[in-house]
Design a protein around this ligand. Sequence first.
Ligand code: MIG
Length: 728
Amino acid sequence: MPNLATPIPLVSVFSFGSPIDTGAFASSPFAWSWTPGTPPAWCRVTESASDGTAEVSVALGKADKIAGLGLHVGPLNCRGNTFCLFSTDNSVHTPAVRSMYGAHSFHLILREKPVGLFVDSPSEVTIDAGCTRRDTLSIRVSEPGWRLAIIEGSSPTEIIHRYLLLTGTPYIPPRWAFGFHQSRWSYENEAAVREVAESALANDIPLDVIHLDIHYMDGYRVFTVDESRFPNLEKLSADLFERGIRLVSILDPGVKAEKGFPLYDEGKAKGFFCTKADGKELFEGAVWPGRSVFPDFFRADVRHWWGAQYRKLQSMGISGFWNDMNEPAIFYTPESLGEFAQKIDSYSQSDEHLDELSSMISRPGLGNRRSYCEQFLHEVEGEPRPNKAVHNLYGTLMTKATADSLAETAPNKRHFLLSRSSYTGMHRYAAIWTGDNHSWWEHLALNVQQLISLNMSGFLFCGADTGGFWGDSSPDLLVRWTQLSAFSPFCRNHSCLDSRRQEPWAFDQETLGLCRDAIKLRYAIMPYLYGEFVRAALSCQPFIRGLFLDHDDARDRLTGDQFMCGPSLLVAPVLEPAATQRHVWLPRGAWLEASASAAGLSGKRVVSGGDTRLEVGIGSMPVFLRNGSLVPMAADSSAASSLSKGVPNRYKLLGFTDTEASCWLLLDDGETAYKTWEEWPKCEVKVCRGNNGWSVAVDFGAAKRRPLELEIEMWDSSVSASRLTART
Ligand code: MIG
């Protein structure tokens, strides 16, 4: 019998060996304990005395489900799959992929008494979620020195909330980052970039950001600009800025190993690059610039030096940064390539090694070999450690270098920072995207699972390459994807080098028009998206939410094709080609089906919980309002682009309630950083049903009053709609 007089901690953190500080845990006022002791009996930890590896093993009940694990491929319910948390540039996301770019171990076991587990180890962690043995969750940690957090709570929502208190408040980007981003590998020169801005304007596509992929650099040398392609980047960024468009540029960690390249010479002279096992010779791996060396981001002085480099680009008017290839991705090493060439040469002399030769040719396997990670060292808390032992932190520490530098330059401003690789903790200062997906319908569907799982892990501001990265998107796929991305925190159309052009205007008029509707819808609901995103982040809650989080009757279903976008909107994106109908499952209660268009949302009909079928022509974007909600939108969606910049004075609101409903309008400047929701300038709009009909009240709290015009459409479950207006 447990001693009931002793309170059972809701969060316990156990330490094994001597873990390094990975930065995953944030200091927080929450009462959690560092426990050197042993975890409870249901969570068995076995440590190997010989090599320090360990296994955590938990018995699974028949109906238990597992959700979380951040960025991964597969269904929302992870049970029955295996995963390997070892950051990898895996660019074909098939169901066989076990390692992605990031390593996020937090997951929930969903059962009568749900529990959350978080393994804090920067080395490889493999998770067998009831695959090998149906009744066992087994987690293997490959290096000594790690922590295990066990998080309890009465509901999945409470557990995620505690996990986020433990690991820290999620990153909030500036308001402009909620706008539409257009990207391609690459807009190769100034003319190409200007053409994107012109086309967006000419085709009435609201646009806030254009991304500069690797071709802007001089021979892929990081922090340089190719002056023949971009002769006057300052002028370009200033001209675009005037039209409300910002530039974001990509940076890779590999530094071209070339005498005379100042960054290389300086870093080498200062001993800032990773060495091989002898601690002397620099480790070289080939990436875009050719043979490259890798900064040791585990050292604070290296991070400081690296972070300072971003200022050059800032001084040219670049507004945000995109750290790519930071797993780190390595195409080959000079040694592995030499060995490969030698083998090919000798095998081709006879037919003796035909099998091996043919597999070498069809799948060279030189890229991102695990063995590379054993060959270079980092200085970790003063000691040399092979990359392999701390691998999952490399990209995070590169991105920390950027974030710290941006915070130093502008301490009270939010920044836009995107990283491909990530570890828990990075969710406090940067965004991620889901990497190199394909223009496949399967990846459109996968996008929904990834939004939900990443939000559970604290990566609230995330999104996928809209339209798919590799391959050619069909018109319908781009339309359906843009319709999903309208509700995705990060909304960027991006595609690869040799795919067809994927901007909305690269397609026929119908496709262009449908994409425009979806993008304008996003801008129309931006007051809601932005406000609820900020509120979710500051209250340590996911923004994109699986239905199982908020609805008791959804607990047993891990519905992976619908989600809550904030507390009020249930989104059921269409994920199949040529769909004319879609099945939607609504949790108990009454819902208001909305019609979604470029002008925003308006009420259509009240539907009660359960299964329903909708007609979904190519232009339809199924969205439902939860009972008791009020959704603020911009009244004038023709002013779309400016919505991400300033606070509008005219709003349209759509509400659904039998009693009262309220919402917030954020009144901040879009970039000042506030630590708490209380401090954030905002007002609350409340609509109440009284004996004499509806009444509206606006409470400015501590914020400065300002004149607002509100047009409100209210629905109740007796299926009557009323329109009212209010002014402050
Ligand atoms: O080896 O910079 O995931 O978004 O366009 C490919 C070129 C390198 C990978 C990123 C992708 C980007 C691309 N990069």
